[in-house]
Write a protein that binds this ligand. Structure first.
Ligand SMILES: [Zn+2]
Length: 458
């Protein structure tokens, strides 16, 4: 298994800390709004990482935090004229609902920042004691100058940051890149008591504390979207290494950006979509297919045509399962030919090469093509086995049941056609028989000037 490590900027052989186990932390949502389709890419991708490791037989511990205290929540509470707590609960519920709708498997731990305030204060205290942090009037900052490895993940150096910093002029800070560990609360803001007075932790402190509390001082993989490399992950690393002297994670994985029809998604361009919006229009499997059809590190362009193509591709998979009546043969042990075993190997090799899902999906297409030539049901087994390893085919029964509805419709249309033929032949007896027999099945026919309509009465 090879993984591209953002820290070293190369693909490395994956070696877990503990044999057969993978400890994964991926940054979760800040729950002040519905998450957008760019966030969905990250959530879906790390779901694929988790599922694929499980497919390979690893025991996973997957932690995804929930940031339930942050400036954005405070602003949203003002906007919605409610409390921060209520905003958090509303969007936690929405997050869990929407990730489930996307077919994302529930992670092992969803720590909430507000549950770890004590541990965060302990970390900040330690950083202050060791001269990596300083307090100014109730705020505490991390001193990037005092941490000699600052910038190693993003490849930035402190001097450049001084020049280019888009950090608001803040006379309190010793260096523009110094970041907040503890923020003094304004009156009426939610706050916790600390050695520096009432306040709340900074976002970067939240993640480092939650990940280490559950996974230990060093864990295997830390992931997120590549917009988090700087400053968020850089700042997590600084706090972790300054306090423990150990790396926070051995592999840093980041997925690429999502654009909307070539443009950056933004509310001002009016091309901002939440996952909730997209799920109203498209099937979760089509969305998954769309994301997996590109390598996770490449940027991806979201447009409706590609999603429609993705829906068709997924339908193509299901048409095979339909053809072989998969639910009937599901429990039969497959008997893979040498050709099928080769395809399986090709799929695994692609996935083992830094999760090359685009290549892996091309193997699924090869399977579809070969099935069409042979009608060999073992191809269907192979398609399902490999597809499941990246999260497809979670509800085969439901999906095929829906299509039974379509078959029923087609059969009714067919009977109407026969009845029309009988009518043309003046075979009234047969024409009436069809209508009466359908009526016994609660299917009503109604002849109109433009043809025959039908309806089902309950
Ligand atoms: Zn984070």
């Amino acid at each position: 298994m090879k993984i591209y490590n953002t820290m070293t900027r190369k693909k490395e052989n994956f070696k877990p800390i503990e044999e057969g186990k993978v400890k994964l932390y991926a940054c979760g949502p800040t729950v002040y709004n519905y998450f957008h389709i760019g966030n969905a890419r990250a959530f879906l991708f790390f779901d694929v990482v988790r599922r694929y490791f499980e497919f390979l037989g690893y025991e996973m511990t997957y932690v995804q935090n929930i940031t339930d205290i942050e400036d954005k929540l405070i602003n949203q509470a003002k906007a919605e004229q409610t409390t921060v707590k209520k905003v958090a609960q509303k969007y936690i519920d929405a997050f869990l609902e929407d990730t489930a709708s996307l077919g994302i498997k529930k992670v092992n731990h969803h720590p909430k920042a507000t549950e770890y305030i004590g541990e965060m204060i302990d970390l900040i205290k330690k950083l202050v004691e060791n001269n990596f942090a300083y307090e100014v009037d109730g705020d505490v900052y991390f001193s990037v100058v005092n941490f000699k490895n600052y910038g190693k993940l993003s490849g930035r150096n402190i001097d450049d940051l001084k020049v280019g910093a888009r950090v608001k002029a803040n006379v309190q800070k010793r260096h523009p890149a110094d970041f907040t560990l503890w923020k003094k609360a304004k009156p009426e803001e939610p706050s916790w008591g600390s050695p520096w007075g009432k306040g709340r932790p900074g976002w970067h402190t939240e993640c480092v504390v939650m990940s280490r509390s559950i996974l230990g001082e060093t864990f295997d993989i830390h992931g997120g979207g590549n917009d988090l490399i700087f400053p968020h992950h850089e700042n997590e690393i600084a706090q972790a290494e300054a306090s423990s002297g150990k790396p926070l994670a051995n592999y840093w994985m980041h997925n690429g950006y999502l654009n909307i029809e070539g443009e950056k998604m933004s509310k001002s361009l009016n091309n901002f979509f939440t996952a909730r919006d997209i799920l109203k229009k498209y099937d979760a499997e089509a969305i998954r297919f769309f994301f997996l059809s590109k390598h996770y590190r490449s940027p991806i362009d979201f447009n409706e045509d590609i999603i429609i193509e993705s829906s068709k591709a997924v339908e193509g998979f299901y048409s095979i399962l339909k053809t072989v009546n998969f639910l009937k043969i599901e429990n039969n042990a497959p008997n893979y030919s040498a050709e099928m075993l080769q395809l399986k190997e090709k799929f695994i090799n692609a996935m083992n090469d830094d999760f090359n899902t685009a290549k892996a999906i091309s193997v699924l297409f090869e399977i579809v093509k070969l099935f069409k030539k042979s009608n060999d049901e073992n191809f269907a087994h192979l398609l399902v086995e490999l597809g499941k390893s990246v999260g497809f085919f979670q509800n085969i029964a439901d999906h095929l049941a829906e299509d039974l509805g379509e078959i029923t419709e087609n059969l009714i249309e067919l009977l109407i056609e026969y009845r029309n033929t009988f009518k043309k032949e003046k075979n009234w007896e047969m024409a009436d028989k069809i209508r009466n027999d359908l009526q016994k099945l609660n299917i009503q026919l109604k002849d109109t000037s433009s043809g025959t309509d039908w309806s089902i009465s309950k």
